[in-house]
Ligand binder design. Structure first.
Ligand SMILES: [Cu+2]
Length: 260
């Protein structure tokens, strides 16, 4: 009996995302920098997934907020969201066309997600900045989310190896020693050698400031996870804790002579 069960248990353990692996809300633009010579439109990809493991994809409810803060001020983009399917689960996409120079801070407040294995409702407030036509200003604006990462480094135009730094904030105030999970959006070229390499873990200092040197080109997600003392109602009608995540995505590029 035991010999028959073991392969099944092994399969289940490797297949089911355990608490050791992290959920990340993605908000990935097709370009991190828009220039006169690049396309002037991006497609933004919004999924709730495990980036380093390339899945699985979890079902996303209709986002509560989706928009951009650009040189012309805030713009509600909820109407631009298109629901598409990935691995049979609902995810979202949106197109955005740039007309003016400046930094464009895209943000999403997703619908809360019920995670039975952790007994929490999860809501990842997520943002990403696209630099358009060498605008250079606006990247350090805050969305004003209840929990948010305030970047101390311009979050685009980064080389591989650059040190990314930010301050974890709750209600606008730094969160000392906040824990931050870091994952790379795996394009299939890396097989993590063991679980700790799937999600790297760092802590902010006494001022809520964290630092991370980007070791490889591609998209990097930073998720500061802050559990709230108050509870929310899950889909089963039970009172459960709400995990609020403050996420930011940044792109690192290898320092080569290659033109974009
Ligand atoms: Cu998951």
């Amino acid at each position: 009996m035991q010999t028959k069960l073991t392969p099944w248990i092994t399969l289940l353990l490797t297949w089911l995302p355990g608490p050791a692996t992290a959920h990340f809300q993605t908000l990935i633009p097709s370009l991190d920098i828009v220039s006169q010579t690049s396309e002037h439109q991006v497609t933004l990809d919004l999924a709730f997934t495990h980036p380093m493991q390339q899945g699985p994809v979890m079902a996303m409810g209709k986002p509560l907020q989706f928009g951009v803060i650009g040189p012309s001020g805030p713009e509600d983009l909820k109407a631009e969201l298109k629901q598409v399917e990935r691995e049979g689960q609902p995810v979202y996409q949106a197109n955005y066309r740039f007309t003016r120079p400046g930094d464009y801070l895209f943000y999403i407040e997703p619908a809360p997600y019920w995670e039975p294995s952790e007994g929490v409702m999860i809501k990842h407030y997520t943002k990403v900045v696209v630099g358009a036509f060498a605008g250079k200003t606006g990247w350090d604006k805050l969305v004003g989310f209840p929990v948010e990462i305030d970047p101390l480094v311009r979050p685009y135009g980064l080389w591989t190896g650059n040190l990314f730094q930010g301050v974890v904030k709750r209600s606008g105030k730094p969160v000392p020693f906040a824990e931050i999970e870091v994952e790379w959006l795996n394009d299939g070229t890396i097989i993590p050698p063991s679980d700790p390499y799937i999600t790297q873990v760092i802590k902010a200092d006494a001022n809520g400031t964290f630092s991370y040197a980007l070791p490889r080109s591609g998209w990097w997600g930073f998720a500061a996870l802050l559990e709230r003392a108050e509870t929310v109602t899950n889909p089963l009608g039970e009172s459960v804790p709400l995990e609020q995540g403050a996420l930011i995505w940044v792109y690192a590029r290898d320092m080569t002579a290659e033109r974009r």
